[in-house]
Ligand binder design. Sequence first.
Ligand code: ADP
Length: 171
Amino acid sequence: NAPVEAAASTIPIAGVKGTTTERTFIAVKPDGVQRGLVGEVISRFERRGYKLVGLKLLVPSKALVEQHYGDLKGRPFFNGLVDYMSNGKAPVVGMVWQGKDVIRQGRKLLGATNPLDSEPGTLRADYCTAVGRNCFHGSDSHEAATTEISLWFGEKAVFDWKQALEPWIAS
Ligand code: ADP
């Protein structure tokens, strides 16, 4: 049987901000994959009521990571960051999650960039100690979500499915 093609989305790639169609790009970085945290991330977003609309395992090219972190070019840790994301010692798991305010809520679930500043109970506070090994990524704005979902997935790889519980979670 041929695989089911993702339905062409009728909404913008990052959805409509603040609504149940809003989408964000979440990634488990190679250290998070090595640490066995993929299931933990999926579980925390699922139990919150969010809908998984994109999922892939990949070793990103250097060019993809350089584009993804383009605003950090020139920072002292930039080359190390690009190497650690793209050297293939472990893959990255990329996800697209959908639901009300998922961009800001997703960042809250991850916690602050530096685990030292992450609130207890967040993923980075629960599992990380170093900013250079903070295991997870989440889009930080609607603009970033649009760019990052396009870059890592493209419209066709995002799966538009109906979640039966959606009206009970948000409207
Ligand atoms: P976030 O990932 O929370 O959006 P940034 O965009 O500021 O944060 O940084 C991107 C990533 O770059 C961080 O998640 C982290 O992996 C890495 N990074 C940021 N600051 C440092 C640092 N001082 N030393 C090493 N790595 C860093």
